[in-house]
Ligand binder design. Structure first.
Ligand code: RB5
Length: 151
């Protein structure tokens, strides 16, 4: 599975831990940065990962900032991105089962590395259930289309 990963300065340390963990497990990871703790703006990395996932170049994306909030909001502005901010394993599973998330956002200042890795493993190992959940996602997509500005 090809996974895009990105973060701001606050997410750098946790991103490295997640990236190493997934590479050891054999996942194909592309790191979109940032690659240090020097101050950056999380929308820049949310957009890079969001566009790469929405284009179909990567099956999933993982984003990390301080809380996961800003980077998830920014990622969800990219059409085709379904990003969930996740801080527990139940939500990680449900975000796949029910919401078919293609990106998750994690807060490096909120959760520790042990929980973060459990969340990531759970999320990557859970399939979308479809059925009535697809109908609801289709409605989200309709909202997205309604507000898309034609360039
Ligand atoms: C950076 O200080 C911080 O605002 C950012 O990492 C994130 O938490 C935003 O939502």
């Amino acid at each position: 599975m090809k996974i895009a990963i990105g973060n701001d300065h606050a997410g750098y340390g946790l991103k490295e831990i997640i990236k190493n963990h997934l590479q050891e497990k054999g996942f194909d990871i592309k790191d979109f940065g940032t690659d240090s703790t020097e101050s950056t703006d999380y929308p820049d990395f949310a957009m890079k990962v969001g566009e790469a996932v929405a284009a179909g170049d990567f099956e999933r994306g993982i984003l990390v900032c301080g809380t996961g909030i800003g980077i998830s909001i920014a990622a969800n502005k990219v059409p085709g991105v379904y990003c969930g901010l996740v801080g527990d394993c139940f939500s990680a599973k449900a975000s796949r089962w029910h919401n078919n998330t293609n990106i998750i956002a994690l807060g490096a200042r909120v959760i520790g590395p042990g929980l973060a890795l459990d969340i990531v493993d759970t999320w990557l190992g859970t399939e979308f259930k479809g059925g009535r959940h697809q109908r609801r996602i289709d409605k989200i997509t309709e909202i997205e289309k309604r507000y898309l500005v034609k360039n």
